[in-house]
Design a protein around this ligand. Structure first.
Ligand code: PGA
Length: 252
């Protein structure tokens, strides 16, 4: 059975004190209330990864970065490499979030390089795909997502692809309060799993966790997580409120 995962993407929120109180609250609630085996991942801003990793060390909570550089090291002012992220205690990295694709113009080719470097550094990529609203309206959502997967991931070996977690995040649902319907989510998750199966075979496709992201919250998580091809969520806004985030984790 594939892993059930809830990852909280804190985006550019929380100073150090706020980050530490959020992780303290989440960890305390999980200790008292967690009733399933879902993997919990927190993705704070880079500057807090060391402190948060130290805090959760020895607990089941894992840490992710929200991005990594597309080069291994060198004269790239302001960038943070996958190996540096690993060295301060993270085990995962979000790659290809729509905010990186759209605001920072990260291409499928750049994201392929980031994925390679993350895997070399023994970070598990949480690789995001998803269509823009005009693409959905033009019925191009499958074409877009297929291209994202083919151009960034499908060159990987079976062994390397097996390390990947996919997050399907329709861009029109991110931070908008507008969630994909269960039918839309299931249709896209199954589409993605079938693409993986046609490239890597059924065993790898069946073992790949595919998370839903886009206005997932404590009210809709249960319905979404019950869908056969939805293996959890990548949570933005609702991951900043400990009560909501922990309720989402308990929604399997
Ligand atoms: P949201 O963000 O939950 O605030 O819509 C999801 C994401 O960007 O990963």
């Amino acid at each position: 059975m594939r892993d059930k995962i809830v990852a909280g993407n804190w985006k550019m929120n929380c100073n150090r004190e706020e980050a530490l109180s959020l992780v303290t609250e989440i960890s305390g609630m999980l200790q008292d209330e967690k009733n399933n085996s879902a993997t919990v991942i927190l993705a704070p801003p880079f500057v807090h990864i060391g402190a948060i990793s130290h805090f959760v060390n020895g607990s089941p909570v894992k840490v992710a970065a929200q991005n990594c550089a597309s080069e291994a090291s060198g004269a790239y002012t302001g960038e943070v490499s996958a190996a540096m992220i690993k060295s301060v205690g993270a085990d995962f990295v979000i790659i290809g979030h729509s905010e990186r694709r759209n605001y920072f113009l990260e291409s499928n080719a750049t994201l392929a390089k980031k994925t390679e470097l993350a895997l070399m550094a023994h970070l598990k990529p949480i690789f995001c795909v998803g269509e823009l609203l005009p693409e959905r309206e033009a019925a191009m959502h499958e074409v877009t997502v297929k291209k994202q997967l083919e151009e960034s991931l499908f060159h990987l070996s079976d062994e390397k692809f097996s390390e990947i977690i996919i997050a399907y995040e329709p861009v029109w649902a991110i931070g908008t309060g507008k969630t994909a319907t269960p039918a839309q989510a299931q249709e896209m998750h199954l589409f993605i799993r079938n693409l993986i199966a046609s490239k890597y075979g059924n065993a790898i496709a069946d073992a790949t966790s595919i998370l839903y992201g886009g206005s997932c919250n404590e009210l809709n998580a249960q319905e979404l997580f019950a869908l056969p091809d939805v293996d959890g969520g990548l949570i933005g806004g609702a991951s900043l409120k400990s009560r909501s985030f922990v309720n989402i984790i308990k929604s399997f």
